[in-house]
Design a protein around this ligand. Structure first.
Ligand code: ADP
Ligand code: MG
Length: 723
């Protein structure tokens, strides 16, 4: 670094730079640049250093000029031979600097004979200062694109650095090594970003090195934070990147798990009021009243829930089970236990359609046991709602099924002891918390049909105990699924016609409600118009059609659904609104148009609609795409009906955000790599976090101070904790 920068630089160089210091302590960051960084959430030194590269690119080796042609990407060693000059080309300012290209092998040769080497012009656009930046004789390594015009050699320079950096000065930018590629930040070039990161690394005095207690880094064989950051931003080899990533990923997952484990400790504060009597007798009575025998998996979860309820700590359990695995019967058991203990229970569903269906199901399951549920949804009249609320407050009603109307402030329970939340991923964390806060912290059981991989479950639901129903009721057969190009529309519809002839019903799913705009895909409204004739042409008989989509009024939609349920409608043309909660066992065929527009997990949920009975169901996925990756992705559905495997594929191919809507869970943007890390690391981090908290619940030991502070900061500023 030159000393010619004057007062400002000297003053800056003395400023202490800490992890939490604002970016402006760095030389080269003024208000404008600070603003540019702030727009992507980077405000402190810590933020900057944890702005990890998205990926790495291998630098090309040094080229010899003879092997390069016009347009080639070049990595050359050059020596400046004279002063540069600036020109205008259109509105662009072009800088030309004369140089000679050197052979890679001549790197250490000296003195140089400029005349013997090929002349080459270095060009920069809109960087007029380049004209005088380099004194003649300076040697550079440059990366750029070759231009060969009328025998003259030029390179449009993209990046450059001194070939022989002063050994006492800052190391080079890494040309010749791996080059980190960052997400772009408007107003900050890649080169500037790297220089600032370099400066921050050199000047930052207080890295939160003991964020991971030393005992842990040793046990898990992790490199120090300082090295990890250096090797992430300025790696020399893939091995270094791997070691750095291992440390940073583990750290990120560990912090997350500590946070979640603390949350769980908080919700699990024991109190005698939560203990529910779960006797053998009660179990037998419930099981005897069921219209079917539980599957092995259901029975296992039934036992896990029984055990939860018998404890003084409130239950906090996630029940995971593929569509149709029979979660309702298991949840009803928990509800029944509460009612039998003389307390209240609630079941919450994300849509009115589903709430009504649960209400009907619970009436059927619990009527033989003498329990009468009540229903509370938004579309009840004000009077009816008030009536239900009064009965709940006065303990007249003991079991309520409803939508989010349940956690409105005006709903007060006399003694809520069990709250079950279905399709929980459709609720936000706050809504979930609002229901859980009713009463004195009830037993909470959440259910999800969105099969999510274990890695993600442990991350998102770290504060829950997890149960999995990984078995379907007997007699269920996987939906026979076939992927076809759009041109095979007729065979697909033929399949539908055959099902109809056999007395069954079908769904036809389109990605759009109506045609229009630039999107080239099938629309439900147009499909509804034309499908009747198409089917008649194919089969010679007429089918009755119905249409549902998200832009219809609720009553209208329910009316169509009711007719479909009753069999009056044979083919339901729809968008994805039917994804959850529709239970029509007689529907055994589904055709999905433009399947490439959906996620795998979503398609799996959709086809779950036709697997509600023991009849063999068929699903045809039609696609207009010819892209091999897309076809490969969709073929996963042909090959397997294992929801977890499918979700894993989705996660790998599309990223977690799209799969579950991470933001909804109230968790910060977890680093992608961390989520995709192998499950083993996550399980380790989870164990380590729980063990650490068991020994030091308040994190009051000196070796946990940095961790404690990071977590405190995390609760006020979500992104802060990500290191
Ligand atoms: P989901 O897990 O998707 O919520 P449901 O609880 O709605 O599944 O159950 C799907 C269907 O399977 C329902 O019609 C239910 O009555 C039936 N069912 C559930 N468990 C069993 C079982 N052990 N044997 C037979 N049928 C079952
Ligand atoms: Mg269900």
């Amino acid at each position: 670094m030159s000393q010619s920068g004057g007062q400002v630089e000297k003053r800056d160089a003395h400023k202490t730079v800490g992890w939490a210091s604002p970016l402006t302590v760095l030389k080269g960051v003024g208000p404008a640049r600070a603003e540019a960084f702030a727009s992507v959430g980077i405000r402190s030194i810590g933020h900057l250093l944890t702005f990890y590269p998205r990926r790495y690119k291998d630098r090309p080796r040094l080229h010899s000029i003879g092997e390069l042609g016009d347009g080639d990407e070049a990595c050359l060693r050059v020596r400046i031979t004279g002063r540069g000059s600036n020109f205008y080309r259109g509105r662009m300012k072009l800088t030309r600097v004369p140089a000679v290209a050197m052979e890679p092998s001549s790197a250490d040769d000296s003195p140089a004979d400029d005349d013997a080497q090929p002349r080459i012009t270095l060009r920069w656009f809109n960087q007029p200062y380049r004209k005088e930046q380099f004194a003649p004789g300076t040697e550079l390594v440059i990366v750029g694109r070759m231009r060969l015009q009328s025998e003259k050699l030029a390179v449009v320079v993209q990046e450059c650095e001194l070939a022989n950096p002063d050994p006492t000065g800052p190391p080079g930018l890494g040309i010749g090594h791996l080059v980190p590629i960052y997400s772009s930040i408007t107003g900050v070039s890649g080169g500037v970003l790297r220089k600032l990161i370099r400066q921050a690394l050199e000047r930052c005095r207080e890295l939160p090195e003991t964020l991971l207690p030393q005992a842990l880094t040793e046990r898990r064989g992790l490199i120090p934070l300082q090295d990890a950051l250096l090797q992430t931003h300025f790696p020399e080899s893939h091995e270094q990147v791997d070691a750095a990533r291992k440390r940073l990923t583990y750290q990120e997952l560990f912090l997350l798990q500590v946070q979640l484990a603390r949350r769980q400790r908080a919700v699990k504060a024991p109190s005698a009021g939560h203990r529910l009597p779960v006797s053998r007798k009660l179990q037998s009575r419930y099981l005897a009243a069921l219209p079917f025998e539980l599957t092995g998996a259901q029975r296992r979860v039934f036992d896990e829930i029984s055990e939860d309820l018998a404890q003084a700590e409130p239950a906090h359990r996630l029940v995971h089970g593929d569509v149709g695995s029979g979660k309702t019967a298991v949840a009803a058991w928990a509800l029944y236990c509460a009612v039998e203990a003389g307390k209240q229970a609630a079941l919450m569903a994300p849509t009115e359609l589903l709430a009504e269906q649960h209400f009907r199901t619970l009436c059927g399951l619990l009527a033989p046991l003498g329990i009468e549920p009540v229903l509370l949804t938004g579309s009840l009249s004000a009077e009816a709602k008030a009536h239900v609320r009064r009965r709940l407050a006065e303990r007249e009603a003991v079991l309520v099924v409803g939508t989010h109307a349940l956690f409105q402030e005006s709903v007060a329970f006399a003694d809520l002891s069990v709250a079950v939340i279905d399709e929980q991923h459709r609720f936000g964390l706050q809504q979930r918390a609002a229901l859980a806060a009713k009463g004195s912290g009830p037993n909470v059981i959440v259910m999800s049909a969105t099969p999510i991989p274990r890695t993600l479950a442990l991350t998102l639901y770290g504060e829950f105990d997890i149960s999995v129903i990984d078995e379907l009721p007997p007699g269920r057969r996987p939906v026979a699924t076939k992927l076809l190009p759009h041109a095979k529309r007729n065979p697909a519809l033929q399949m539908v016609a055959e099902k109809l002839a056999a007395g069954h019903q079908a769904y036809v799913v389109c990605p759009l409600v109506a045609e229009g705009g630039k999107v080239n895909a099938e629309a439900a409204t147009q499909m509804y118009e034309s499908l009747g004739d198409e089917l008649a042409d194919l089969s010679g008989s007429h089918a009755s059609l119905g249409l549902v989509h998200g832009q219809m009024r609720a009553e209208q939609r329910e009316e169509v659904m009711e007719r479909f349920r009753a069999g009056g409608i044979q083919v339901l043309v729809s968008t994805t609104v039917i994804e959850v909660g529709v239970d029509v066992p007689n529907a055994t065929a589904m055709v999905v148009f433009n399947a490439e527009r959906f996620g795998l997990a979503q398609l799996h949920q959709l086809r779950g609609r036709v697997a509600r009975s023991s009849a063999q169901a068929h699903c045809v996925l039609l696609t207009g795409s010819k892209t091999p990756e897309v076809i490969d992705r969709l073929r996963v559905l042909e090959a397997t009906s294992d929801g977890f495997k499918i979700a894993e594929e989705d996660l790998l191919r599309r990223g977690p955000g799209e799969l579950v809507g991470l933001a909804q869970h109230g968790l910060p943007d977890v680093h992608m790599a961390a989520l995709l890390a192998n499950t083993a690391t996550l399980v380790q981090a989870r164990e380590d976090a729980r063990e650490l908290l068991a020994g030091d619940p308040e994190l009051s030991r000196p070796e946990h101070r940095v961790l404690h502070e990071a977590l405190k900061a995390a609760s006020s500023r979500p992104r802060e904790w990500t290191i």
